[in-house]
Design a protein around this ligand. Structure first.
Ligand code: ZN
Length: 65
């Protein structure tokens, strides 16, 4: 059969084990899962807003007056 599920965390590329050992699969930790989700939501937000084109650099200093 297929080899045991060895996967890599989409966020930090760390090797993760499969559930139930790893309840955050396919992420390694809750943190990475949250980060990925945040990214995802961000992209949706971007589609809706369509204002920022290239924020990939992330050097924005908003909230600093
Ligand atoms: Zn990770």
């Amino acid at each position: 059969m297929a080899s045991p599920t060895k996967s890599k965390c989409p966020t930090c590329k760390t090797e993760v084990s499969a559930p139930p050992e790893n309840r955050f699969f396919p992420f390694c930790t809750q943190r990475c899962r949250t980060i990925d989700l945040g990214r995802w939501l961000n992209e949706e937000y971007r589609l809706v807003n369509d204002t920022a084109e290239d924020e990939e650099d992330g050097s924005a200093g908003q909230g600093d007056a």
